[in-house]
Design a protein around this ligand. Structure first.
Ligand code: R5P
Length: 299
């Protein structure tokens, strides 16, 4: 197996190849003056498969198109195993028609990958369980259970509580809680039927006064979701507020929003190409957990 970084890889390809004991290569890459991508692969012989490493943020459209172009070439060359590690899957939140006749971008993107010949797609913390079920033959979802679990063990003081920001996040938080041998709570979202305002609710019998709170989610985009929950937890007397999220997109003034909401630490994985330098943010390397998953599911 040959590991190849596509242009959007934020720098994990070479390390992954080392961890897996595979050969590593890059592509020749340029962008034509009119904006079109050009890619040229090294001649591949003696290897039955290729593992492409990439992300899809920022510049979702270009990085996805570059994956489609690459997979089409490699599968048409007769390689039997054309696999990809997508560190962050863009469009994953649009997994159905929320309004009728909306495009289902997540489904479309995955259909195209399959159509051009991709055999397996490893995704770090896919947003949608629905897409995971619909494409169960294609996708392997890698949850950062050990990476986050170990961080919490080493860095968060007792007593602490693990918090799932909504029902969708509870599976991820449950697995981390099991790893740590801890309980967790799921925050209830309450929408005021008159004003439309969204507020949050902890279970009534739970007192978080003086307790450290660890909110665990998949994506920080605008930071609105986490900021609102952090404010709520701070108002309930939580001591320190930690946020662990797989993908830190940090759109616009997200970081400032988080800081103002009372968050003490934001911990994200190295899954996207956009990296902040801030005393508030810490990056964890997900390569080890990814390599374990590749060994377990692809080899
Ligand atoms: C929602 O279901 C997701 O899991 C994230 O909570 C959401 O995408 C975060 O977006 P934002 O940071 O813009 O609130």
């Amino acid at each position: 197996m040959l590991v190849i970084s596509l242009p959007s890889d934020p720098g994990l390809g070479r390390g992954l190849a080392n961890l897996l004991g595979f050969r590593y290569s890059e592509v020749v890459y340029k962008v034509f003056p009119d904006g079109e991508s050009y890619l040229r692969f090294p001649e591949i012989s003696g290897e039955d498969g290729v593992l492409l490493v990439l992300t899809s943020y920022p510049d979702q459209n270009r990085s996805l198109l570059e994956l489609f172009l690459s997979v089409e070439l490699l599968s048409s060359k007769g390689l039997s195993k054309v696999y990809a590690v997508m560190l962050y899957l863009a469009y994953g939140r649009q997994d159905k028609e929320f309004l009728s006749w909306e495009v289902v971008s997540g489904r479309a993107v995955l259909k195209i990958m399959r159509c051009v010949g991709l055999k397996k797609l490893l995704v770090v913390d896919i947003h949608s369980e629905k897409l995971l079920e619909e494409f169960s033959d294609l996708i392997v979802n890698v949850l950062p259970v050990k990476t986050f679990g170990q961080y919490i063990k080493n860095n968060v003081g007792e007593p602490y509580i693990l918090v799932a920001p909504d029902v969708g996040a509870s599976k991820r938080v449950r697995l981390i809680a099991e790893f740590l041998g801890k309980d967790y709570v799921t925050i209830k979202k309450v929408r005021d039927r008159v004003t439309g305002e969204v507020t949050h609710q902890l279970p009534e019998d739970l007192d978080v006064t003086g307790v450290n709170a660890v909110i665990i989610d998949d994506i920080i985009s605008t930071g609105g979701t986490i900021a609102s929950i952090a404010k709520y937890l701070a108002s309930k007397g939580a001591r320190k507020i930690y946020v662990l999220a797989s993908h830190g997109l940090f759109v616009g003034d997200a970081l400032n929003k988080l800081r103002l909401s009372g968050v003490n630490k934001v911990v994200v994985l190295n899954t996207v190409g956009h990296r902040l330098t801030s005393d508030l943010v810490e990056y964890l390397d997900v390569s080890g957990e990814l390599a374990e998953s590749i060994k377990g599911s692809l080899l």
